[in-house]
Design a protein around this ligand. Structure first.
Ligand SMILES: *Cc1c(COP(=O)(O)O)cnc(C)c1O
Length: 367
């Protein structure tokens, strides 16, 4: 059968391997599998959210409140914006898709960093939009600007993934503002803040005042998610915040009831438990030091990370794919970055015990 031409050179998104796969393939007990592959919150989710979802279970026969009033209200208060500035997605992934379908097309492509979140490219290619990438693998805003200037007629969206997945680097907010000032008001700039809670905790220079950002730049769409710091990856809740005109347009692409009744309840409750989020993030950076120290001692390169993962880059001595496979057989799942053209692995920071087990197994492999 023939399918649309655009789909030909799309590589299917490869998510982190699920725990069940390791159980099935290697006969390891599920409680012994350590998954450090999908940037999930190793502390799980706030017990208050679990309670609310349990108590709401009987609501699953009902469609959710499609205005998503309470969730938008909570987000509105958190970011000092109005409900009309917010759109909710089934993960912020879905908002990325809306943005691309709203603005890109066969003539007008997107611009991203050399190595970044794979979904920008996948959604763009689905509609036949061209993908421009900077040569630098991490975000280099000078190069972004150069590439933008050179291809201005063919670029309709710029994606800044700050902090960047899968490399972990970020850019101070004042540099982002300086960059945005130079961009045409008809070019949509998406700031994907999936890990912003981590970056702003690590260093105040990376704090983003979303309200100020979207009022200063009417061409800006900020994305956030409940999947990472809030521990709700399995519930699929994300959001976009922008000028009302942008949000109204994205709404035209939204299917009705795009998140579930229980996801909605979970999101509303998760926003209230800032203590859970803050303690998760502070533990994350405390544990990350173990990885940094280990890497320094064992001369493994790593990228200074503003997220809940660390990317370890190998020289010719090691092969990331092999290392990931050996770890997998030991029941430890990490993300090999060979498909991004890198000899590197991305490791989500886990619980203290999980990190110790990983580092011990890793040391055994490299020595
Ligand atoms: C995880 C992630 C998202 C969104 O994830 P959802 O689960 O769809 O909300 C978006 N951007 C980046 C860079 C991510 O890492």
């Amino acid at each position: 059968m023939t399918f649309n031409e655009e789909l030909k050179d799309i590589t299917t998104y490869e998510g982190g391997k699920p725990i069940e796969l390791v159980v099935r393939e290697f006969g390891i007990k599920s409680e012994d599998v350590i998954k450090l592959a999908s940037n999930e919150n190793p502390n799980g989710v706030s017990p208050k959210v679990v309670e609310v979802v349990k108590n709401s279970a009987n609501l699953m026969s009902q469609y959710p409140d499609d205005s998503m009033y309470r969730l938008k209200d909570g987000l509105g208060k958190r970011f000092s914006v109005k409900s009309k500035n917010i759109i909710i997605g089934a993960g912020s992934d879905q908002v990325i898709e809306f943005a691309i379908r709203a603005k890109a097309n066969k003539q007008k492509g997107i611009l991203t960093a050399g190595i970044t979140f794979a979904m920008y490219e996948i959604y763009a290619k689905q509609i036949g939009a061209k993908v421009f990438k900077t040569n630098s693998i991490t975000h280099d805003l000078d190069e972004f600007y150069e590439t933008y200037l050179k291809n201005k007629d063919e670029i309709s969206i710029i994606f800044l993934c700050l902090p960047n997945n899968p490399l972990g680097e970020s850019i101070p907010t004042k540099d982002v503002y300086a960059f945005l000032k130079k961009i045409d008001s008809d070019t949509l700039v998406v700031v994907d803040g999936a890990y912003n809670e981590y970056a702003s905790f690590k260093d105040s220079k990376y704090v983003i005042d979303v309200q100020n950002l979207i009022t200063t730049f009417s061409n800006l769409l900020y994305l956030g998610t409940f999947s990472k710091a809030y521990g709700l990856g399995g519930m699929r809740v994300g959001y976009g915040i922008a000028d009302e005109g942008i949000i109204q347009t994205l709404y035209k692409l939204r299917p009705p009831f795009n998140i579930t009744t229980l996801s909605l309840e979970a999101g509303v409750e998760a926003l209230k438990d800032s203590e859970f989020v803050n303690s998760s993030i502070s533990l994350n950076f405390k544990e990350m030091q173990k990885y940094e120290n280990f890497s320094k001692v064992n001369k493994i390169s790593f990228i200074n990370s503003y997220t809940n993962f660390i990317t370890l880059i190998f020289d010719e001595k090691f092969n990331s794919k092999e290392i990931a496979n050996i770890l997998l057989k030991k029941g430890i799942i990490v993300r090999d970055l060979t498909s991004y053209g890198l000899n590197a692995i991305r490791v989500t920071i886990g619980k203290p015990k999980q990190n110790d087990i990983f580092l011990e197994a890793f040391l055994e492999i490299i020595s």
